[in-house]
Write a protein that binds this ligand. Structure first.
Ligand code: ADP
Ligand code: MG
Length: 387
């Protein structure tokens, strides 16, 4: 099947038209694995609608067992959906006969958590492998392998065997091999999960560069928010085989709607309280100090908001935790503060912050005894009184 002719569509228009320029599309996809040895069938995915724009990086995040690997295996046709359609560049992967599917797969590169290199072949021979399968000529293979090893920075290691390479170097071989046949899309199944943080950063930089410089479309799945933040443009949050929410990475991570998205954020960006205070957090109204989470997006990320809140809003707040982060290249700050639970104070702070386009939510309240920090204006009882 050949791809239909397409008129290039600007990204914003594509969004409004339901992404006609999607390179990969899943429509109403479900996947149920049949019952095995007395066990019940497993509904791994259900009701998945997803589209991946040409040239974009889409990250799918979910916990173990959410259905991520199943999703990616449906895209390269290693699994067939129980219901729905999977379309890659106009070809309906989900219903192609085996021979046609093998041809389409050359246009779909894949990298893996454990690299899946052939241990009896050198780095260069691993990269050459898909070209040999495709029947390319020796001279053409040699030239392409040189080019790819240069791209991933492994020219010096070309004759080493996988056992003689570091994890990061092995993944670079994996990436070069995946790119050998000039795929339209690169699929990545937890490609950095076996690597240390520094090597992870280097591999993500490489994938980001490949996306930008070669315009390669990437679908990556991960359980780590930091991976999505580093290179994805769009994100889909997968939970129990369904998409809990999806959209632009900055939008989703700075205004999360689903509880699962919040829990990823809480774990990985320091939005939550330090554990010693979190353990004592109780519902609002049951403590002397209300705990507010303020989020700063884009241009407001560096505003001196606490000084303004005190001076103009008349509310003193103490800092409990805070971070300034970068999501999809845009600054995003989070500040968790305590204000007095005295009547009206929290509402005044909320109104003041909301009027400045800052996100604000009350996480709960803390008892006075939670407070190891000397208050700025001690009351006569010695109790903290941060307002
Ligand atoms: P993830 O990659 O997010 O950890 P998977 O797609 O691997 O999730 O698995 C989703 C669910 O489907 C899990 O409950 C898993 O046990 C089940 N599953 C995955 N592969 C198979 C299979 N080949 N046969 C039966 N069940 C499977
Ligand atoms: Mg998996």
């Amino acid at each position: 099947m050949t791809a239909p002719f397409r008129v290039p569509t600007p990204p914003d228009l594509a969004d409004r038209l339901g992404s006609p320029d999607a390179l990969v599309r899943l429509d109403g996809v479900a996947k149920t694995y049949p019952a095995r040895r007395g066990a019940a069938p497993v509904a791994a995915l259900d009701g998945i609608d997803l589209s991946l724009r040409r040239g974009a990086v889409l990250g799918v995040i979910g916990r173990s067992g959410a259905g991520k690997s199943t999703l990616i295996r449906l895209v390269n046709g290693l699994e067939r959906p129980s219901r729905g359609r999977v379309v890659v560049d106009g070809a309906e992967i989900s219903s192609l006969p085996e021979a046609a599917l093998r041809r389409e797969r050359r246009g779909i590169g894949m990298i893996f958590q454990h690299f899946n290199l052939l241990s009896s072949r050198t780095a260069a021979e691993n990269v050459a492998f898909p070209l040999e399968i495709a029947g390319a000529e020796r001279a053409a293979i040699r030239a392409r392998v040189d080019e790819l090893l240069d791209l991933v920075g492994l020219t010096q290691q070309r004759d080493r065997y996988p056992a003689e390479l570091s994890g990061g170097q092995k993944q670079r071989v994996g990436i070069a091999r995946a790119l050998a046949t000039n795929p339209k899309v690169l699929l990545s199944d937890e490609a950095t999960s076996a690597l240390d943080p520094e090597t992870t950063g280097a591999i993500l930089d490489l994938l980001g560069r490949i996306n930008r410089d070669l315009g390669l479309t990437i679908l990556l799945i991960t359980h780590e928010m930091s991976v999505i933040r580093a290179i994805a443009h769009e994100v889909a949050v997968l939970e129990n085989g369904r998409i809990a929410e999806s959209g632009d990475v900055f939008e989703v991570f700075t205004r999360p709607r689903a509880a699962i998205t919040r829990s990823f954020l809480d774990r990985e960006t320091g939005r939550a309280l330090p554990p010693v205070l979190a353990a004592q957090l109780r519902p609002e109204g049951q403590g002397e100090t209300n705990v507010l989470r303020i989020t700063f997006r884009g241009p407001h990320a560096t505003d001196p908001v606490l000084a303004q809140l005190a001076r103009e809003g008349g509310v003193e707040a103490c800092i409990l935790s805070g971070t300034v982060d970068e999501i999809a290249g845009r600054p995003f700050g989070t500040l968790v503060v305590g204000v007095s639970a005295a009547p009206g104070v929290t509402a005044r702070a909320q109104a003041f912050l909301a009027a400045r386009q800052l996100g604000v939510e009350v996480l709960g309240s803390l008892p006075a005894s939670a407070w190891p920090i000397p208050p700025s204006a001690p009351s006569s009882s010695g109790r903290p009184d941060v307002a």
